[in-house]
Design a protein around this ligand. Structure first.
Ligand code: BTN
Length: 256
C-alpha cells in the first residue's frame, strides 16, 4: 500500500486523549504528527461529551500547522476521508452479497459518520471527529474515533455501532489508518467545489427534518443545503436560517 506520508506516527498503548497529546506537542512547536492510541482513558467527544475508547477501536489525532490547511474545510475533508475508507471495506468484505444487507455510510451534520439502519432513530454512529484550533500557537488538531473491533458500551448501543458488528468479523486497524491517510491526502488536493459536492453526495442531513440544539435555543426545520458556513434550515414560518454550530437531531420523517 503506497502512503505518501508526511506524517510521523506515534503509537501509544494507552493515553488520556490523543487530542490532548497533540495539543501538548503543538505547543512544543511540533507539526505533522499523528498520535494513535489503543485505548484512551479520557477520550473527548464534541460538546464536552465522553468518547468511549476501549480496546479494539481506532483512536487517533492529527496535528497540523494552521498555515498548511483550510480551517473551514478540514472537518469536511476528514469526514469524507473516513467515509471513503470505510466504504472500501464495505465493498471488499461485506458488500451486498450473501445474507448481509447492504449498509451505507453517510455524514450526519456536522461530521458524524453514521450507518443507516432500522433502529429507533434510523441510524447508528460509527465514527466522530473533534477539531481543536489553537490560534496562539498556530496549529489545528483533528481527533478521530472509529469503532472498529471494540465492543459498544451497553449505554450507547442503541445509537452506536462498530465495523465488527456490521461486518461480523475483526478488521485490521493499521490498514484502516493507512487507507485513511491516503484518502486524507487525496481530499486535501481537491478544489473547494469538489469537496462540497462530495460532502453533499454523502450527506444524510440534506433534505431531512431536523432539530438543532444550540447553547441558547432549539430550532426545527427542513435542511435545504449545507456549505462551509453550516446548514440552511427552512423553519415552519418559511424562513431560511444559516446555523453553523449545534447538535443536530434527525427527526423521523414518516413520508420517507
Ligand atoms: C464526537 O463527539 O463525535 C467526536 C469524537 C472524537 C473522538 C476522538 S478519539 C481520538 C481523539 N481523542 C479524543 O480524545 N477525541 C478524539
Amino acid at each position: 500500500m503506497e502512503i505518501n506520508n508526511k506524517f510521523k506516527i506515534i503509537h501509544l498503548k494507552t493515553t488520556h486523549s490523543t487530542n490532548r497529546d497533540c495539543v501538548e506537542l503543538g505547543k512544543e512547536g511540533k507539526r505533522n504528527i499523528i498520535v494513535v492510541s489503543d485505548i484512551q482513558t479520557k477520550g473527548k467527544g464534541r460538546l464536552d461529551r465522553f468518547w468511549y475508547s476501549n480496546y479494539g477501536g481506532l483512536y487517533f489525532s492529527i496535528l497540523l500547522d494552521i498555515k498548511d490547511i483550510n480551517v473551514e474545510q478540514i472537518n469536511f475533508i476528514v469526514s469524507l476521508s473516513i467515509v471513503d475508507t470505510l466504504k472500501n471495506y464495505l465493498t471488499k468484505d461485506f458488500g451486498t452479497v450473501g445474507r448481509q444487507k447492504p449498509k451505507v455510510f453517510r455524514i450526519k451534520f456536522p461530521n458524524d459518520i453514521i450507518v443507516k439502519n432500522n433502529s429507533s432513530i434510523g441510524y447508528k454512529k460509527i465514527s466522530g471527529i473533534l477539531g481543536e484550533i489553537n490560534l496562539n500557537y498556530g496549529f489545528v488538531v483533528v481527533g478521530i474515533g472509529i469503532n472498529i473491533n471494540n465492543s459498544i458500551d451497553a449505554e450507547i448501543n442503541n445509537i452506536a455501532t462498530s465495523l465488527k458488528e456490521i461486518g461480523e468479523k475483526e478488521f485490521n486497524k493499521q490498514d484502516i489508518l493507512n487507507e485513511f491517510i491516503i484518502n486524507f491526502n487525496k481530499y486535501n488536493k481537491l478544489t473547494e467545489k469538489d469537496i462540497l459536492n462530495k460532502y453533499k453526495e454523502y450527506s444524510a442531513t440534506i433534505g431531512e427534518k431536523v432539530k438543532i440544539i444550540t447553547p441558547n435555543n432549539e430550532i426545527i426545520g427542513i435542511v435545504q443545503d449545507i456549505d462551509f458556513n453550516g446548514l440552511y434550515l427552512k423553519t415552519e414560518d418559511n424562513i431560511v436560517k444559516n446555523i453553523s454550530v449545534g447538535d443536530c437531531i434527525h427527526l423521523r420523517n414518516n413520508n420517507k
